[in-house]
Design a protein around this ligand. Structure first.
Ligand code: RB5
Length: 142
């Protein structure tokens, strides 16, 4: 799998850790910034990641801010993005299975390193169930 990752300052530390998790699971990850924990605005990085994911078909995004809320709201403003705010293994698994999510969001102030690792396990092991979920996911864009 190929991932793009972006955060704000409040997600910077977890970005560095998440990159290592993704690599250890055998996947590719490209860092879209920021390059330090200096204050930045989460919509700028959410949209950068979302637009990159749309251009690179089949790729996934990971966006992190303090709570995961602002950065997920911002990513979802980009057409064809289904950004899911996930707090644990179950929400990450269901975001893939039922919502065919293409961007994973979480909050550094909400999840610790261990939970982030289990979220990544769920995301990487998951796939879209299709079937009855196809029409519902299509309706998100209507
Ligand atoms: C930054 O302080 C914080 O507001 C931001 O990271 C995020 O939690 C917003 O939703």
């Amino acid at each position: 799998m190929k991932f793009y990752i972006a955060t704000d300052h409040a997600g910077y530390a977890l970005k560095e850790f998440t990159k290592e998790i993704v690599k250890s699971l055998g996947h590719d990850i490209i860092d879209l910034g920021p390059d330090s924990a200096d204050r930045v605005d989460y919509p700028d990085f959410a949209k950068k990641c979302a637009k990159t994911v749309i251009k690179d078909k089949g790729s996934f995004g990971i966006v992190i801010c303090g709570t995961g809320i602002g950065i997920s709201m911002s990513a979802n403003k980009v057409a064809c993005i289904r950004a899911a705010l996930c707090h644990d293994y179950y929400t990450a698994a269901m975001a893939r299975r039922h919502n065919n999510a293409n961007i994973l969001c979480f909050g550094e102030r909400i999840v610790g390193n261990g939970v982030a690792e289990s979220i990544m396990d769920a995301w990487c092991a998951g796939s879209f169930d299709g079937g009855r979920h196809c029409g519902r996911v299509e309706k998100i864009e209507l």
